[in-house]
Design a protein around this ligand. Structure first.
Ligand SMILES: [Zn+2]
Ligand SMILES: [Zn+2]
Length: 286
């Protein structure tokens, strides 16, 4: 993760085109994590090459990376613009601490981002209609790096609008938002990867370790409704939803109860819009 962030910083500092550099860094990060999954897997056999859903995972990743995130930013700017001015001059006057060093601004942005992300994530678990969009992300019974972007485009778009809005209202610069998006992408891929990363128990309390997120992907519904936060688990501790991975072993991953979302890519996109989405959920696993 440090290597990816350093590479991103180097590209920005040397004036390389942001979209091109973001693509280069993301691809290089993906290849490194893929290699690590094969050199030091947490569970042998949990590989994207043995996963029948890998093509669908890539398809969902392309939809969110190519459509929902690029579109969510201008739409949020437009929506926020109805309430407060968001042009560069207004930004300079806004409450955002522009004079802070960039690292401190990014740290503040990450905290606000993860707070908004925590609550939107909780709503996607609590509100039944939203849950059917989020079920696609909880469907996998084996974790590997592609699962971080196995997110329904409808969920991703809605969450990005809600999460970006507070940063834009406060007047954070595009550079800060870009840093946070990069951080979020690398961390999300690592948190879902099958790399055998180990941490002293105390670090699970402060870091977004893969073990923390695996508890959230458990088939057990009570464990699913915990560890909502990315970036830092502190929000879960504050709002009473934290479960330490050492005390909450995960027996099985997935939706639980032998349930699975439809296999087909188009069906996966369409079923949350159905009048009775639960009818699309299949009972195929014993
Ligand atoms: Zn979830
Ligand atoms: Zn996840």
């Amino acid at each position: 993760m440090a290597g990816s962030l350093y590479a991103a910083w180097w590209g920005f500092a040397n004036g390389i085109s942001t979209p091109i550099w973001a693509f280069v860094v993301s691809t290089a990060t993906f290849i490194v994590i893929l290699a690590l999954e094969h050199l030091m897997p947490a569970v042998r056999g949990w590989s994207l090459f043995r996963d029948r859903q890998s093509f669908n995972d890539i398809g969902h990743g392309i939809l969110i990376g190519g459509i929902s995130r690029p579109v969510a930013l201008p739409i949020t700017v437009g929506l926020v613009g109805l309430v407060v001015a968001v042009d560069d001059q207004a930004r300079a006057r806004g409450p955002w601490p522009h004079s802070w060093p960039m690292a401190a601004q990014v740290a503040l942005g990450l905290l606000l981002w993860s707070l908004a992300n925590y609550w939107t994530h909780r709503w996607f678990h609590r509100v039944e209609r939203l849950w059917w969009f989020h079920a696609l992300h909880h469907d996998p019974t084996r974790m590997q790096l592609l699962k971080g972007n196995r997110i329904h485009i409808g969920e991703d778009f809605l969450r990005y609008v809600v999460i970006l809005a507070p940063l834009l209202v406060l007047g954070a610069s595009p550079r800060v938002v870009l840093w946070i998006a990069m951080w979020n992408n690398v961390e999300g891929t690592l948190a879902h990867s099958n790399v055998d990363m180990r941490f002293p128990g105390v670090l699970h309390w402060v870091l977004p370790t893969p073990q923390n997120h695996r508890v959230h992907h458990a088939g057990d519904r009570q464990l699913q409704d915990s560890n909502f936060a990315g970036i830092t688990p502190v929000w879960d501790q504050l709002f009473g939803t934290y479960r330490h991975p050492d005390r909450n072993p995960v027996i099985e991953f997935g939706l639980g109860g032998g349930e699975t979302v439809p296999d087909g890519f188009v069906a996966q996109l369409a079923f949350p819009f159905r009048a009775r989405p639960e009818q699309a959920v299949q009972q195929v696993r014993a």
